[in-house]
Design a protein around this ligand. Sequence first.
Ligand code: IVH
Length: 459
Amino acid sequence: MSEFIDPNIIKRIKNLREELHRHNYLYYAMDDPEISDSEYDRMMRELIELEAGYPELSSPDSPSLRVGVSPVKKFQTVRHSVKMLSLDNAFSNSDILDFDKRVRKELGTDEQVLYTAEPKMDGVAVELVYEDGRLVTASTRGDGETGEEITPNVKTIRTVPIILQRYKEERRIPARLEVRGEVVISREGFRRLNEDMLSRGLPLFANPRNAAAGSLRQLDSKVTARRPLEIFFYGTGESEGLDIESHWDRLCALKELGFRINPHIKPKIKIDGVLEYYSELERKRYELPYDIDGMVIKTDSIGIQVRLGQTARSPRWAVAYKFKAVQETTKILDISVQVGRTGTLTPVAHLETVNIGGVNVNRATLHNEDEARRKDIRIGDTVLVQRAGDVIPEIIKVIDSARNGSEKVFNMPENCPSCGSRVIRDEKEASVRCYNESCPAKIKAQIEHFASKRAFDID
Ligand code: IVH
């Protein structure tokens, strides 16, 4: 270790850290980047190299922690200073109207109460504690009273500020600030992650929420760093010095401190606006890049929140209105095989028609042979089917208890169901393909693709 470090190196490291924190904020909290991704990556590489050369200059606040640190043996537990509550559920418009009535009765008022309505993100709740503007602890919700300490993992999430910066002169950084939010993985990130898991022969995640939870609970934060985790903040625990009287204004203050807030939040609306917002959210649900499973409304006035208080489990000033279930059970009548544009054979389940969230479903993709085998899907099985927006419905699992022994195991054909030529299995991609260039099914799929929206967009 060198006794003397060139002051220019110290200065450069300091400058790189500050700049990387600032660009991170501009990119993720403000959605207003000043530099390109490659410039950001270049600065990050330079910082990592400098820190490797001068370990005595390492810092718990460095943006290089985004790539992860040495693994831990087990997680420590952390006590939340303010209990992390759950939400009561509403299942219909009339439940929401009843909730509003209860709130007004409790307050003894006939006047309209203002609510801030938010998407209910389907991820993992976490709490982050900042002392003097530095992220010191991050933990899972756990049982609400104590959770697991996952600080190095949370520091790898690019949308998490490691250091808070004052972007408005008048905004003081609180001495101690506890912020709460939801860690999610986008559907696209989930798809790519599972593709990667499949290609490495690892077990797949069932859905983006499981993928987010699994990624956060890695003992090796370098693994977490490679997972496409994101976070949205929706509230605070203890927040000394953040004296704000409205929930929405508090979210705005958090945003100014560098915390990412969901852009679809509707502030300060009356109860009929809340119901409109819910239908809008239901319609827009699959346009959002990540899963949401409903709406949360909170009385906007913090004064009202304090007056209403809470039960042992949940606040009396907030409620979650969950979307209708989009999973149903039905029976597999048959399994056929489709030949795609590139010749890939995809098994497709033909189902007894079932209505899932307002849409009749009679087919579901089995993705590929390995997937069908892994889930042990057989003809005649009763299965749980899920529909997610415009994506093809898929089978979540087989209901084993419904089997009676008459179910038939499905095997991929050895010949193309369209042209009859021998198909070839690609072990690496877990796919089976027809390589006949004049296969009629392939040509038909190619023409369809050629005319489709994503290609020539022919009506
Ligand atoms: S507020 C006291 N807002 O839903 C209020 N929660 O069942 C506590 N969630 O554990 C939560 N999106 O993980 C709130 N916009 C949102 C949310 C949200 C998702 C999750 C959160 C919480 C669970 C409550």
